[in-house]
Design a protein around this ligand. Structure first.
Ligand SMILES: *[C@@H]1O[C@H](CO)[C@@H](O)[C@H](O)[C@H]1NC(C)=O
Ligand SMILES: *[C@@H]1O[C@H](CO)[C@@H](O)[C@H](O)[C@H]1NC(C)=O
Ligand SMILES: *[C@@H]1O[C@H](CO)[C@@H](O)[C@H](O)[C@H]1NC(C)=O
Ligand SMILES: *[C@@H]1O[C@H](CO)[C@@H](O)[C@H](O)[C@H]1NC(C)=O
Ligand SMILES: *[C@@H]1O[C@H](CO)[C@@H](O)[C@H](O)[C@H]1NC(C)=O
Length: 497
């Protein structure tokens, strides 16, 4: 879906001088990201200035149009009581709506060409432009930026980043939201692996979570697998040095997939699948998505952030265009691929009021125990929406079965896989897939979910709040959301409309 746009220097010979003057003078400039990160994250080390002739890629986020209209449409297609429910926009429809204005496209193009950046790729919606240019050109373009090499992270990743903030010419303020590839470092995984199982005396020995445990716990039967007769499919994404290995998936299914019909290989990898060691997170995602959403065609979107094999600098490829973004204050943490996924869970502050407000207000007014109010923001996006087992998963990574993998990223593919099974039934009965489900879950007040009403967050950030975390109760709460899936009940309540 990426379209290539080679900007030919010959196409806009005029007014380059004016822009160049703007770039060089640096007088009238603006900071697109006032909150730019300047501290080095833990575990990263600087290796010094980058060579001026080295190449790097930067992503320019161009100002989008019609974001309010897009937001209305997202709300409508996600609201079961709307006549537009489930009538999703195509990528072309979204592009038609949000595509930057001709003036924006023209101004940014002229500015980039003036600095010699002509090797650029755009996406269908044309609101992100990724350009390859030299460090010298990049520093000329982004006043204040200074590119350095860094190494760090679990995979000893090499990246080129600027420890200093950048500014853009004032004339670009109405046209560029931010420039990506300067500040953000590859994220660290939230998964933990415990050295030993925690055995609760009264419960007895628990051997860890496997697909069978999950399928039993959430009331799935052997019939709850993809039929192979719909064109249903599911996908997960791997980021930044995190790859799954096909052989690990096959081994995982050999070890743990005996009791349910499944597929032992992914149907398609979109983007570049790196050759490095498998990452636990990427392995877990694909293994549990394909065990919960069993026998459903599965794709993996691969977005290698940086790869040692391609040289010193980071290469970013965006394998697919992002369908929607409507936060006017975009920043670098929202580069297209990541942003697309984060959007609905985190950045949808405008949607929040529409679907969450009542449940959250009810919790806050009725919970007998709340942490000190300075420790949470009562008007922010509340989470989680739902819950699933997250502790002690078995994962096969680099040919080795690894026990006791834990984290909320373990629950996510499980819940996602169950929704794929529900989509399967919807598609077979002529309905659209579920799409952005969150508003509907709140509207239905958690119907079809097993409401977890006991237990509290065990620990917090420091002694002051130790033992004072949120507690679960009836209905929505910030410990388990609306609860954990009860598959037959969830299927029944989400099949219509
Ligand atoms: C699993 O999917 C395949 C097609 O991929 C299909 O032929 C088969 O019938 C499905 N199994 C079940 C139990 O539905
Ligand atoms: C899936 O199948 C349905 C019905 O056959 C068809 O209308 C739809 O276009 C298909 N979708 C894709 C993405 O192929
Ligand atoms: C999610 O939202 C919170 C609150 O607005 C913000 O602090 C955080 O940076 C966001 N996370 C991401 C990954 O965007
Ligand atoms: C709480 O969240 C709201 C909405 O995201 C935000 O406007 C406000 O600034 C936040 N307050 C604090 C103290 O962070
Ligand atoms: C599974 O089904 C049984 C019988 O209907 C029910 O009692 C139990 O709560 C269900 N489990 C979950 C996790 O919802």
């Amino acid at each position: 879906m990426t379209i290539q746009l080679l900007l030919k220097p010959a196409c806009c010979p005029y007014s380059l001088l004016g822009l160049l003057a703007l770039i060089l003078s640096g007088k009238c400039s603006y900071s697109p990201e006032p909150d730019q990160r300047r501290t080095l994250p833990p575990g990263w080390v600087s290796l010094g200035r980058a060579d001026p002739e080295e190449e790097l890629s930067l992503t320019f986020a161009l100002k989008q149009q019609n974001l309010e209209r897009l937001l209305e449409l997202v709300q409508a297609v996600s609201d079961p009581s709307s006549p537009r429910y489930g009538k999703y926009l195509t990528l072309e429809d979204v592009a038609e709506l949000v595509r930057p204005s001709p003036l924006t496209l023209h101004t940014v193009q002229k500015w980039l060409l003036a600095a010699g950046a002509w090797n650029c790729h755009s996406v269908t919606t044309q609101d992100f432009l990724t350009c390859w240019l030299s460090v010298r050109q990049a520093e000329l373009l982004l006043s204040g930026a200074e590119f350095h090499h860094y190494v760090g992270g679990a995979a000893e990743t090499h990246v080129v980043r600027s420890p200093r903030p950048y500014q853009l010419p004032q004339a670009l303020a109405p046209h560029v939201d931010f420039v990506g590839g300067l500040h953000r470092f590859p994220p660290t995984s939230s998964l933990r692996q415990r050295p030993e199982p925690q055995v609760a005396g009264t419960i007895g020995l628990h051997l860890g979570v496997t697909p069978s445990v999950i399928r039993e716990r959430y009331n799935l039967t052997a019939q709850d697998v993809g039929s192979g007769t719909s064109n249903n499919s599911q996908a997960c994404a791997q980021f930044l040095e995190q790859y799954f290995h096909s052989s690990d998936l096959a081994e995982f299914m050999r070890l743990f997939g005996g009791k349910f019909v499944h597929q032992a290989s992914v149907a398609r990898v979109v983007g570049q699948q790196g050759r490095g060691r498998a990452g636990i997170e990427a392995s877990l995602d694909v293994q549990y998505l394909m065990s919960a959403g069993a026998n459903i065609s599965t794709w993996v979107y691969s977005n290698p952030g940086t790869a040692k094999g391609t040289g010193w600098w980071g290469r970013r490829d965006y394998p697919c265009a992002h369908p929607s973004k409507y936060n006017p204050g975009r920043h670098e943490g929202q580069e297209p691929f990541l942003q697309w996924l984060l959007l609905l869970s985190n950045e949808s502050y405008s949607l929040k009021n529409a679907f969450q407000e009542e449940a959250v207000a009810q919790f806050l007014s009725s919970s007998p125990h709340l942490p000190p109010s300075s420790y949470f923001n009562a008007s922010g996006r509340a989470y989680p929406d739902v819950a699933a087992l997250s502790d002690g998963y078995w994962v096969v990574s680099n040919s080795v079965p690894i026990p006791w993998v834990s984290g909320t990223s373990a629950s996510t593919p499980v819940f996602g896989g169950l929704l794929s099974l529900i989509n399967e039934h919807r598609i077979l009965s002529g309905r659209p897939p579920l799409g952005f489900l969150n508003p509907r879950l709140y509207q239905q007040r958690g119907a079809g979910l097993f409401d977890v009403t006991h237990g509290c967050h065990e620990s917090c950030l420091n002694e002051e709040v130790e033992g004072q975390g949120f507690c679960s109760g009836a209905g929505w709460d910030p410990v388990t959301g609306w609860g954990t899936p009860n598959f037959p009940a969830l299927l029944k309540t989400l099949l219509n409309p």
